[in-house]
Structures are given as C-alpha cells and as structure tokens.
Design a protein around this ligand. Structure first.
Ligand code: NIG
Ligand code: FE
Length: 432
C-alpha cells in the first residue's frame, strides 16, 4: 500500500511509456506501455503507483486532503518534452519569411545580413527584462500545447554579457511557468560580425573565457555548436565540444542541417547526447548515429518553415537509431511552439508511425536532454508531469492536424493549464 496526495482514475488509455532506462530504439521505438482503464497516484509531485483502476483500492491510500480526479475515459500521456528550442531573442523575422515566400533562400538571406545576425543585433540591445518577457510568453504557449519540459538555448547574444543574460533568463523561467527548463550554451550559433575576419579568435573566446564562466556559474547543462558549411567547421566544433566535456558539460550538435560536413560523425566520436536537425544526413551519418547512443533529434517544423525536404525519420528508425522530435522554436527557421503539430509532421511527412512519434516526443526527448530518469514516462519515482487529452483514442493526437485537444496539463501533479488554455503559473513566487 502506498500513500498518495493525488490520484487520477479511469483513464481510458493511460500511456505510461514505461520501459528500460535508455532511449528507445528498434522494436522498443513504438512501445507505449498502454494500460486500459488506468490510474496513477503521486505523492508530493512524484509518481508512487501506476496500474489498472480496479487495483487502486488494494494499493493506494489517500492522504486527508488528497486530490482525486476521475478522467472519464480520456487519454493520459506524459507531458511532452521539447528537446530543442531557442526562445531567448528580441524581435521577429517575418520579413525574411516573406522573402522566402517570394523564392529567396535562407542561407542567401543570411549572407545578405539577415538570418541569425539580424536577431543578434536586436538581442544585444534588448534589456534582460524584455528578453525574459518574450521567452516567458513563448514558454507559456509551449505549456498550453503540452510541453512540460524544454531544452532551451542561448545563442542570439554571442558576446559574453548577452550570452550570460540569456542563460539567466532561462534559469529564471521555471519559477514562472513551472516547466523544467534545460539550459544550453550556444555561443557557437554564428560568428559575430566583430569576429568575421578572425573566426578562430571567436572560438578561443568561447573556449577560454565564456564556457569556463558559464560552467562556474552553473548556467548551462549542455553546450551546442552549429556545425555547418560557412558557420563552424568540424575542427572548430571539436575544439569547443572537447572543452565543454572537460568542464563537465553535456554535448549537443546542430548537425547536417543544410549539408553533411561530418557533424554527425563528430557527435558520435565525442559521445554527444544528441545530434539535431539531420535534414541532409548521408547514409554513413545515419549508420553511425544508429550504432551509437547519441539521440537523433529531428526537427520537421524547420523543414516545413524553410521549404526544405523533411528529415527521413523512417530511415533513422529502420536503421535502429534512437529518434527524438522537437520544435526548434526560434525566430528565423521555425516560429512554432507546438509539439502536437510536430507530432503531426513527424507522422505525415517524416515516415514515423503514430506510436514512434509519441515515443520521440516524450521518453526519447527526455533522454535527449539528460533527464531520462525523471521525465518522459509515467513510472514510479518519476515526476508527475502529465497531459489529459480530450480524446478516447491516443491516435487522435497525431490525427487532429494543427489543433491539439489538450484538456489539462499537470506539472508535479499541479494543474498548470486549465480547459480555457490560460497558463496558470504553478509556482509564482515573484511578481516580475
Ligand atoms: O536551429 N540552425 C541554426 N539555428 C537555428 C536558426 C536560427 C535563426 O535563423 O535564427 C536553427 O534552425
Ligand atoms: Fe536549432
């Protein structure tokens, strides 16, 4: 018998995503761990029991003021994990979007002074409060669409001061939305204008000055690099990521977004936690990732937004890679906060089946941010972050295009989003 202060009963389909303590690959990549007429109990925000509703009386004892909720045959899933976002920036780039709609190319626009550096200029000028409020608004939208855990990158400041301010924004977000935010330092997002003629000097600045400070202040859990033709080479990326490892930080790579320069091979060589984008991955890169523990994170929203071919998710699945999916939310290449929409795209355009898309948006996303032990599945000992869907069949999550039927969002067993889709801060301490 366990003691619980929170109990959900009669979930028509309770998708636990239970399984081994590793990212799901091969035949495990579509295992949802579904319990029909399921129940779940938690104590102080941690799951203490999961099983069929008719076994509740023999197993769960409620505290006097416990919350008990009959979900009336609805679907329950873990909270969604968005394992790749860039929410700290100032200004939006709809002008570039409109230029692309007239036929111009993303990389071409960047060369003409648009692109990441356009956002960098505005981000440097913005106050920390403005950056915070923008990030908060977008994180709130993510929450309303079911994202309870997100990885979030800096990378629109590039200079020391703005990068640290960006990471401080990420540090403060959870106090306002209740979400878990995994911060990533992405100083190597682009070479800033003042280093255009000496990119290696910028790499040295990152390696010698910024990363040690970021590590010392505990402001990032991961370091990421945009390894791409015309941005950071494999050699520069290796230098940055090796230093990150020395400093005890986890590794991520923006790999094979526009061209396969060997970034996936580098991710595997260094044991990166994830390699992300993979729109242009060649056969060898797919095989290397499939044979490794590095999670292949696909970002189909970016392909849609930039009118590029979609990542071939089925190829990654068939070879046996561990696949996650994420929004890549950012002002330039994917202005979209909705993970349910990314699930739609993964199924309709990337060749994942519905079950694989759900695994990729939950438990594999959790492993892609180093939180496979706490997030992404509904198992005893894990955080009670879950979604109640206005649906009695989980397949409708992928089927209902561009509209998600989320009824309620719970974080640590506290309701974060009501039916009215208002984001209620679950741990509002400060009135910023
Ligand atoms: O992940 N690839 C690099 N960075 C972003 C795009 C950033 C931008 O255009 O502002 C991405 O797609
Ligand atoms: Fe990205």
């Amino acid at each position: 018998m366990v003691t619980a202060d929170f109990l959900l009963v009669h979930a028509g389909e309770l998708l636990t995503l239970a399984g081994p303590a590793a990212p799901r690959k091969g035949r495990l990549s579509d295992e949802l761990g579904m319990i029909l007429d399921g129940s779940l109990a938690s104590m102080e925000g941690r799951i203490v029991w999961v099983g069929p509703s008719d076994q509740v009386p023999d197993n769960v004892q409620l505290t006097p003021h416990a919350t008990e909720f009959d979900v009336q045959s609805k679907v329950i899933t873990p909270g969604l994990v968005d394992c790749h976002t860039h929410p700290v920036f100032s200004g939006t780039r709809q002008a570039e979007f409109a230029m692309r709609a007239r036929g111009e190319d993303y990389e071409e626009i960047a060369r003409k002074g648009g692109g990441i550096l356009n956002s960098v200029e505005r981000t440097r000028q913005a106050s920390t409060e403005d950056l915070f409020n923008t990030a908060l608004r977008h994180a709130g939208t993510m929450l309303a669409h079911g994202t309870t855990t997100l990885e979030a990158k800096s990378g629109y400041g590039l200079d020391l001061d703005t990068e640290l301010r960006s990471l401080e924004v990420l540090r403060d977000l959870p106090g306002f939305t209740g979400q878990t935010v995994v911060p990533t330092y992405l100083g190597a997002h682009e070479v800033p204008a003042e280093y255009r003629d000496e990119p290696d000097a910028y790499v040295e600045l990152i390696v010698e000055r910024v990363m040690p400070l970021v590590a010392e202040k505990g402001l990032a859990r991961f370091v990421d690099v945009f390894c791409e033709r015309g941005v950071f080479s494999v050699a520069q990326s290796r230098r940055i990521l090796q230093r990150a490892e020395e400093l005890g930080l986890g590794l991520k790579i923006h790999a094979d977004e526009f061209s396969d320069t060997g970034a996936s091979a580098l991710a595997v060589e260094l044991g990166a936690t994830s390699a992300d984008h993979l729109l242009a991955s060649g056969d060898q890169s797919v095989s290397l990732l499939a044979e490794s523990d590095t999670v292949a994170t696909l970002l189909p929203g970016t392909a849609l937004f930039l009118a590029k071919p979609f990542p071939d998710g089925r190829r990654f699945m068939d070879r046996g890679a561990a696949v996650a999916i994420a929004t890549d939310f950012n002002p330039g290449s994917c202005f979209c906060e909705s993970m349910p929409f990314i699930i739609n795209l993964a199924v309709c355009e990337c060749g994942l089946n519905v079950e694989q898309a759900l695994v990729s948006a939950t438990i594999n996303g959790a492993f892609a941010v180093g939180l496979g032990d706490a997030k992404g599945s509904l198992e005893v000992g894990k955080d009670c972050d879950l979604l109640v869907w206005n649906a009695d069949d989980y397949r409708s999550i992928a089927y209902h295009l561009a509209v998600d039927d989320i009824d309620r969002v719970y974080i640590s067993a506290k309701q974060a989003v009501s039916r009215e889709r208002k984001v209620k801060s679950v741990s509002l301490e400060d009135d910023r």
